[in-house]
Design a protein around this ligand. Structure first.
Ligand SMILES: [Zn+2]
Length: 256
């Protein structure tokens, strides 16, 4: 909740390539670094201005990582507590829980910019830029991707994929969440979060999500309207997935 209050309260609206998104990127990068992760801020152009992804990895990380990501940006006028400070908070807390542990080596943690962008056929620009930048070799090395987006709004947790790319990761995440005793439903959704570009590139990718909800893209998407109990649940779900990461499993994912 401290991360949510900082992002959606102190910083507030974080529109692509604007000051709020930049402040969020600097905040997220500093949190990763404080935990012992290496970080890079990758810039990319949007609307003739500069947007950012924050990429973090543990020193000595595996060459075949799984990306766990959440977008930092908001639509104009929305403080974006649930959409998506909740996902970024889960990302940072997951990073804290596995820092220095075996699982950290299998992770590439990414806070995406410019997810909320729907002009000229472009969508999820930060994650698209991340996937494009990998190149064919980098894409082949990536074992999978999980997007955490809108996960603390009083609704049941949905886990799955968009059904565009290999479904192995969405299924694996769902099984792990259920095995940890967390209530969740497996589903196939619209192409509406940062796992989309990964799925389109043939990478096993999936999501954790619990929207839509009444405060979606509205000024009322505030920390007060968040359900802390659900944030904890989603944090536990992400932890269950990440804890399962082992070399053989990552290798199996890559074969899909
Ligand atoms: Zn979102």
């Amino acid at each position: 909740m401290r991360h949510v209050r900082h992002l959606a309260g102190r910083i507030g609206t974080r529109v692509r390539a604007h000051r709020g998104e930049r402040r969020a990127a600097l905040y997220v990068a500093s949190r990763f670094r404080r935990l012992g992760y290496r970080t890079k801020i990758r810039t990319f152009p949007v609307d003739g201005a500069t947007s950012r992804n924050v990429v973090a990895w543990w020193p000595g990380a595996s060459r075949y990582p799984v990306v766990v990501g959440a977008h930092m940006d908001t639509v104009p006028g929305a403080p974006g507590a649930n959409d998506n400070a909740s996902g970024v908070a889960v990302l940072l807390e997951t990073a804290r829980l596995v820092a220095g542990k075996r699982q950290a080596r299998f992770l590439r943690l990414v806070a995406f910019g410019s997810e909320e962008y729907g002009a000229n056929g472009a969508h999820h620009v930060g994650s698209q830029s991340f996937v494009a930048r990998l190149g064919p070799r980098g894409r082949r090395k990536l074992a999978g991707m999980l997007s955490i987006d809108m996960v603390a709004d009083g609704r049941p947790l949905l886990v799955g994929s968009f059904g565009i790319g290999p479904r192995a990761l969405g299924r694996l995440a769902y099984r792990r969440v259920r095995a940890a005793g967390i209530k969740a439903r497996y589903t196939t959704l619209c192409d509406c979060s940062d796992n989309g570009p990964f799925e389109r590139a043939g990478i096993p990718a999936g999501f954790m999500y619990s929207g839509p909800e009444p405060n979606y893209h509205s000024p009322s998407d505030t920390p007060r309207n968040l359900v802390p109990r659900d944030l904890v649940r989603s944090g536990r779900a992400a932890k269950a997935f990440v804890k399962a990461l082992r070399r053989d499993l990552v290798r199996r994912l890559r074969r899909h």
